[in-house]
Ligand binder design. Structure first.
Ligand code: GTP
Ligand code: MG
Length: 318
């Protein structure tokens, strides 16, 4: 894709053209060059959207819950985009179409945009691409962005760094089955949901969760909500919980702190990527490849090459 096309697409996406927005999202997933160009074009755009991250174990009901939140969410915030950051999500493929149809029948079609982002095994790039996608959606006027991701590993938690508020979705019986990632999930959450509360054990799970949360120190009180997403039960209360979390987090300066943390992580990622590519350029150069061979043969110490590489980066700066 010609880089000038990106600017044309961006302009029409910002004017509300969904097709251009969808094409840009595909392009940034496909090409880091397009992604960098777009980041530059968007640099300085004020971040205004609220990003709600929804995470939790597989099958906890995240997608169903998001669908059921769309009514109250769009009523309160207007245009809402959903990004499902996982290939297994029902928001992808055929089911995505089904969901779209359902939403259109709710009359939400115009103010809802749904998209899935495949991880394609390229874990490190996932959080970065998601951050760019969120920035793009924000610039195109999507006031609320809901991110769905599995809560099973580091990448998912990285993705959650992009969120203004993180909702962790669990089910009755969670305490027995998800020991391994218990701490990671409880630390990631700002709001907890016990979905499938129609099943046995919701009260026990609430007690377990309260025990885990008591160990954390949070400046904003953490609430636990019971929902039955398939029956739309508890969903309005949950949405009100999101709004009141946002309100107290804003008052206490927590949102500004999160924004700072997010910028720091992005900066580190961009720097890492830039430095690595310079290092590889050095090793690919004639001189660099000779030096590398000498290190591999044990003729010069590793540390010497390391120092040379660092000073070559230093020299290029000037
Ligand atoms: N009984 C009951 N079933 C539910 C509830 N919410 C969702 N389900 C069902 O649970 C299953 C999984 O729901 P999903 O919304 O796909 O769950 P998910 O967390 O998005 O799943 P992954 O994206 O694959 O991790 C579906 O069959 C839903 O119909 C609920 O409140 N009660
Ligand atoms: Mg899902």
């Amino acid at each position: 894709m010609d880089l000038s096309d990106i600017h044309t697409l961006l302009e029409s996406a910002r004017n509300g053209d969904r097709g251009s927005l969808a094409r840009l999202l595909s392009q940034i997933e496909r090409s880091p060059v397009v992604e960098s160009e777009l980041r530059l074009a968007l640099a300085g755009t004020e971040a205004r959207a609220v990003v709600v991250g929804v995470t939790g174990p597989p099958g906890a009901g995240k997608s169903t819950l998001i669908s059921s939140l769309l009514g109250p969410a769009t009523a309160a915030m207007g245009k809402t985009a959903v990004l499902a950051v996982d290939p297994s999500s029902p928001f992808s493929g055929g089911a995505l179409l089904g969901d779209r149809v359902r939403m259109q029948s709710h009359g939400l079609g115009e103010c809802v945009f749904i998209r899935s982002m495949a991880s394609r095994g390229e874990n490190g790039g996932l959080a970065r691409t998601t951050a760019t996608a969120v920035q793009l959606l924000d610039a195109c006027g999507w006031q609320l962005i809901i991110l769905e991701t599995l809560g099973i590993g580091q990448v998912e938690l990285d993705v959650m760094d992009i969120a203004t508020v993180v909702m962790v979705v669990l089910n009755p019986g969670w305490g027995d089955t998800f020991q391994a990632n218990k701490a990671g999930l409880t630390e990631a959450g700002d709001i907890f949901v016990i979905n499938k509360a129609d099943k046995e054990g919701a009260a026990q799970t609430r007690a377990d969760l309260q025990d885990s949360l008591a160990l954390l120190q949070s400046p904003v009180p953490i609430s636990i909500f019971d929902t039955v997403a398939v029956q739309q039960q508890g969903v309005d209360a949950l949405w009100n919980g999101v709004e009141s979390y946002l309100c107290s987090a804003r008052e206490q300066g927590l949102l500004a702190k999160k924004q700072e943390k997010r910028r720091r992580r992005l900066l580190m990622r961009i720097l890492e990527r830039g430095l690595l590519s310079r290092m590889y350029d050095y090793l690919d150069s004639e001189h660099g490849s000779h030096r590398l061979s000498a290190v591999l043969r044990g003729e010069i110490p590793l540390e010497v090459l390391q120092a040379e590489m660092l000073s070559s980066v230093e020299a290029k700066k000037h």
